[in-house]
Design a protein around this ligand. Structure first.
Ligand code: ADP
Length: 490
C-alpha cells in the first residue's frame, strides 16, 4: 500500500541533508506565507554556506554508490517516488495552492505534471546507451559510454513549486547523479514534501539533499556550490539576470549548466486563423497560473483583418474569468505571488495606459480580494515603446499589437533577446511551415496553446538559456561522454 499523508504531515520546516531532517547550522528561520492572505504557513530553515557545504559533503559521499547502482534499481526507486506523488496528489496539490496561490485544480494538475517527468525518467534510466565506434585501425577498439556528471545543484523558482524541481531531480537521479537543491524562498514547502516522499521511496541517504534559504541568504548558500569544484552541474530555472550571474560565477570551476530563463513569448494570430481556436489557445497559454509562467504569451500580434474581432472575442472570455483564492473551488485566477510581482504588473499596465492603450477589460488591482490580486486584463493598441513589450509582465495581462504583413509579425516576434516559447495561429499550410522555421524560439505552438509534455524537449535559445528538460534529450544534460580506446588487440 502506498502511504497517503494529510496535508499537515507533509509540511516540513528543516533542511534534508544526508537522509536526515536538520535545522540550519546558524539556527535561523524565515516565514513562508500564503499569498492569498499573508498568513504565515511555516517558519523554516534559513540556510547559509555552511548548510550548502554539508549538503555537498553528503552528496559527494553518496555519489559512488548511487552511480554504481544498477539502472533498473534506480528506475524502481523513481517509480516508487512517482507512485507516492500520485497517491498524495490531493494533499500535495493543496500544499502548492497554499504557498503559491494557484487554483486547486491547477495545483493538483501540477502534481500530475511533475510526476509524469519522474515516471518518464524512471524509464529513461534503463535506456542510457553508448556507442561502439566502427573500427578505424587493426588491433584497436573504440567506444563511447555515458556517465553521470557528478553532483548536480538544482535551483528552482516559485511558479511551479513541484514540477520545476521534479523535472530536475528525476533526470539527475536517473542518470546516477547525486543532488543538492534549493527551492525558491516563496514556495519551499512543496519541494521539502517531495523530498520526504523521495526518501520514503528509497532514495538513499545523501543522494538527494535539499536546503531552504531566505532571499538574503540564497546568494551565500548557492555561492558555496558555485565555488565548489565537486559540484559539476548547475540546473536552474528562474530569471535571466540570476541565470547570467550563475553562469559567470560557476565559470571558475567550469560547471555544466542548464538554464531555463525568461521568455517574453510572442503569440501571432494571422488573418487566416481559426479565431475561436486562437482565443481558446490564448486562454490556455496565457492564464495558466495567472499568467505567471515563462511560456505565457507576453506579446500578442494580431493581423489587421481580424484584429477587432479577435480583441472582442478575447475580452469577453477574459472578463468572465473568476478571480478568487484557491479555497474557492470555482477560482480560475488566484493571487499573484508577492508584492514585487503585483507592483511590476501595475507598473506595466500604468505605463501602457499613459502611452495610449485601450483597456478592453481589467486594468486594475482587486484590493477587495487582497493585496496580491490583479484583474485579468486585455489591452488594445499596444506599441513597442511600452514596457510590457520588452519586459516579461508575468501576470494576467494581454497586450494586443496590430500588424499588416507576415514579415512584420516575424520581425516583431524575434525582436527580443529572449527565445523560449512562441505561438501562432494560421490555417495556411505553407505559412505554417515558413513561420515555424523563422521564429527564434526553442518551442513553437502551432494552432495550440497547451505545449507541456514530459515527452517533449523544453528549453530556449538566445537569452532564454540552454539545455532541454524532458524527452529523450533531457538526460544528456546530466551525462558526460567517455571515449574508451583499447589497443593491443591483435
Ligand atoms: P524571480 O524573480 O522569479 O523570483 P529569481 O531568478 O530571482 O526569479 O529566482 C529563482 C531562484 O533563484 C530562486 O530559488 C531564488 O532564491 C534564486 N536566487 C535568486 N537570487 C539568487 C542569487 N543571487 N544566487 C543564487 N540564487 C538566487
Amino acid at each position: 500500500m502506498t502511504q497517503q499523508y494529510e496535508l499537515s504531515e507533509l509540511i516540513r520546516s528543516d533542511n534534508f541533508i544526508d537522509g536526515k531532517w536538520v535545522a540550519s547550522a546558524g539556527g535561523k528561520r524565515f516565514d513562508v506565507t500564503n499569498p492569498a492572505t499573508g498568513e504565515v504557513i511555516a517558519q523554516i530553515a534559513d540556510s547559509d554556506a555552511a548548510d550548502a557545504r554539508a549538503a555537498t559533503d553528503a552528496a559527494a559521499r553518496a555519489f559512488p554508490g548511487w552511480r554504481d547502482t544498477l539502472p533498473r534499481d534506480r528506475a524502481a526507486v523513481l517509480h516508487r517516488w512517482h507512485a507516492l506523488m500520485v497517491a498524495n496528489a490531493d494533499a500535495l496539490g493543496r500544499l502548492i495552492s497554499l504557498e503559491q496561490g494557484k487554483p486547486l485544480a491547477e495545483g493538483r494538475g501540477e502534481v500530475m505534471y511533475g510526476a509524469s517527468y519522474v515516471a518518464w525518467f524512471a524509464d529513461e534510466a534503463t535506456r542510457i546507451y553508448g556507442d561502439i565506434i566502427p573500427q578505424q585501425q587493426r588491433g584497436k577498439r573504440m567506444s563511447a559510454i555515458k556517465e553521470p556528471v557528478g553532483i548536480v545543484a538544482a535551483i528552482t523558482p516559485w511558479n511551479f513549486p513541484l514540477a520545476m524541481i521534479a523535472r530536475k531531480i528525476a533526470p539527475a537521479l536517473a542518470a546516477g547523479c547525486t543532488v543538492v537543491g534549493k527551492p525558491a524562498e516563496d514556495t519551499p514547502l512543496t519541494a521539502l514534501a517531495l523530498v520526504m516522499l523521495a526518501h520514503e521511496a528509497g532514495v538513499p541517504a545523501g543522494v538527494l539533499n535539499l536546503i531552504s534559504a531566505s532571499r538574503e541568504n540564497a546568494g551565500p548558500a548557492v555561492g558555496d556550490w558555485l565555488a565548489d569544484s565537486r559540484v559539476r552541474k548547475i540546473t536552474f530555472t528562474g530569471s535571466t539576470p540570476v541565470g547570467k550571474y550563475l553562469a559567470r560565477e560557476s565559470a571558475g570551476t567550469l560547471k555544466k549548466l542548464s538554464l531555463e530563463l525568461g521568455g517574453n513569448a510572442p503569440f501571432i494570430v494571422f488573418d487566416d486563423a481559426d479565431l475561436d481556436a486562437a482565443v481558446t489557445g490564448m486562454l490556455a497559454a496565457k492564464f495558466r497560473n495567472g499568467g505567471q509562467t515563462c511560456v505565457c504569451p507576453n506579446r500578442v500580434y494580431v493581423q489587421s483583418g481580424v484584429y477587432e474581432r479577435f480583441a472582442d472575442l478575447l475580452a469577453t472570455r477574459v472578463a468572465a474569468l473568476k478571480v478568487a483564492p484557491a479555497t474557492d473551488p470555482a477560482a480560475q485566477i488566484g493571487p499573484m505571488i508577492n508584492a514585487r510581482a503585483i507592483d511590476k504588473i501595475a507598473r506595466h499596465v500604468d505605463d501602457a495606459v499613459s502611452r495610449g492603450v485601450r483597456v478592453l477589460t481589467g486594468g486594475k488591482r482587486l484590493p477587495e480580494l487582497g493585496p496580491n490580486y490583479y484583474a485579468p486584463t486585455v489591452l488594445a493598441d499596444a506599441s513597442p515603446d511600452m514596457q510590457l513589450s520588452c519586459e516579461e509582465t508575468f501576470g494576467p495581462v494581454v497586450p494586443l499589437f496590430r500588424f499588416d504583413h507576415e514579415a512584420e509579425a516575424i520581425h516583431a516576434a524575434n525582436d527580443t533577446p529572449f527565445g523560449l516559447a512562441s505561438y501562432f495561429y494560421s490555417q495556411d499550410v505553407r505559412r505554417i511551415d515558413r513561420v515555424a522555421r523563422q521564429l527564434e524560439a526553442g518551442i513553437v505552438g502551432i494552432n495550440e496553446g497547451a505545449l507541456a509534455s514530459e515527452a517533449a524537449p523544453f528549453g530556449g535559445v538566445k537569452e532564454s538559456g540552454y539545455g532541454r528538460e524532458g524527452s529523450k534529450y533531457g538526460l544528456d544534460d546530466y551525462l558526460s561522454i567517455k571515449y574508451l580506446c583499447q589497443g593491443g588487440l591483435e
